[in-house]
Write a protein of this length. Sequence first.
Length: 66
Amino acid sequence: MEDRLLKADQAGEWIGKSPASLAQWRYLGIGPKFIKAGRTIRYRESDIAAWLDAQTRQQTGGQVVA
């Protein structure tokens, strides 16, 4: 399976965020994993998909009801 590398604008379009938001997330250490080669930033499609899967929730509250 080929795992395409996306530019920040392409990755942002996929998840509904601007490249500036992704840059802020990189600075804060949140968001999808990324690759940095020199000044070039790329995102693997599989890393974005995994990050999106990890964001899946069933409720917004922090309490767990047993």
